[in-house]
Design a protein around this ligand. Structure first.
Ligand SMILES: NC(=O)c1ccc[n+]([C@@H]2O[C@H](COP(=O)([O-])OP(=O)(O)OC[C@H]3O[C@@H](n4cnc5c(N)ncnc54)[C@H](OP(=O)(O)O)[C@@H]3O)[C@@H](O)[C@H]2O)c1
Length: 275
């Protein structure tokens, strides 16, 4: 199974296309000739990127300003695309956020907002757009999970759970769609330098300190994550962990008893070691 051949009445919908990995995924898709629909809340950034993509690659770049954590806003994306005469040929569920800190200090509304964005939006957008891909016999879904999907993550308990959902859901869907011409990949990055840590509530200094605590060989650029993710989608791989050290870390973690692993993770997590 490969990425579908770009068609004029089709688009690649990328959520979270105003920053970080989403920008690079949109750029990589446009370079392959896919028209793109850029979705996020910050309109100015989306419009700047749309202009860049159209002028550099000639593709049709659409902008839809939406809070993807909102049920009605997600349904409105489908309506807008229908009105514009576009079918979603590639769906990229990339928008995501994390809360930080132990559950007993969490804010209920922030936890719910995260789950709506990281879990509910992924399932809702797949339900909205995958049926037409199956009907056409071609399509691709890229869901952005994380290495946090592979084990519980004390300090980001909700986020780890959300990404575990994304991984499990994507793998199940990949199997369901194997004979329908639709490829599904869960990309599971380790650390990537983006706005993510700050957007997730860390101060600039705290984010920098947390970043420094991780060995440099674990870091993969957003550009590289995007390129590897599209290559995996093109090959029909259901799971991709960008960067060999991250892949090895996930494999090694499986060999460590869960209780020991969780204690080690908790000890090193910056959000659990603030005081
Ligand atoms: N960076 C990492 O180390 C890392 C590692 C593993 C996995 N990931 C995953 O990679 C994905 C992208 O993260 P990133 O690192 O590129 O983070 P980022 O730089 O903070 O970008 C996040 C994107 O999501 C959008 N977004 C956030 N809340 C939204 C909402 N309610 N509605 C619509 N869009 C929303 C943001 O746009 P607006 O603010 O303009 O809405 C932005 O475009 C996430 O799913 C994240 O969990 C990141």
């Amino acid at each position: 199974m490969t990425l579908p051949i770009p068609a004029p009445d089709c688009t690649a919908l990328v959520t979270g296309a105003s920053a970080g990995i989403g920008v690079e995924l949109a750029r990589a898709l446009a370079r392959r000739g896919h028209g793109v629909t850029l979705v996020a809340r910050r309109e100015d950034r989306l419009r700047t990127l749309a202009e860049e993509l159209t002028s550099s690659t000639g593709v049709r770049a659409e902008v839809i300003v939406a809070d993807v954590s909102d049920d009605a806003a997600r349904s409105a994306i489908a309506t807008t695309l229908r009105e514009r005469g576009l079918q979603v040929q590639v769906l990229v569920n990339n928008a995501g956020v994390s809360t930080m800190g132990p559950v007993h200090l969490s804010e209920p509304q922030s936890e719910i907002a995260m789950i709506r964005l990281d879990v509910e939006a992924v399932a809702h957008l797949c339900s909205l757009f995958v049926p037409a891909m199956v009907a056409r016999g071609t399509g691709a879904v890229l869901n952005v999970a994380s290495v946090a999907a592979f084990q519980p993550l004390p300090g980001q308990a909700g986020y780890g759970g959300c990404k575990a959902f994304v991984l499990s859901y994507s793998q199940a869907m990949a199997e369901e769609l194997r004979h329908h011409g639709v490829s599904v990949t869960a990309v599971c990055p380790g650390p990537v330098e983006t706005e993510f840590a700050v957007a997730s509530g860390m101060g600039e200094a705290e984010a920098a300190a947390a970043a420094e605590a991780l060995p440099s060989f674990m870091w993969v650029s957003a550009t590289e994550v995007a390129l590897q993710a599209l290559a995996a989608l093109d090959k029909g791989r259901d799971v991709l962990i960008p960067g060999r050290p991250n892949h090895l870390a996930v494999v090694a973690a499986r060999a460590v008893p869960r209780r020991v692993l969780l204690r080690l993770v908790a000890r090193r997590h910056p959000a659990l070691n603030r005081t």
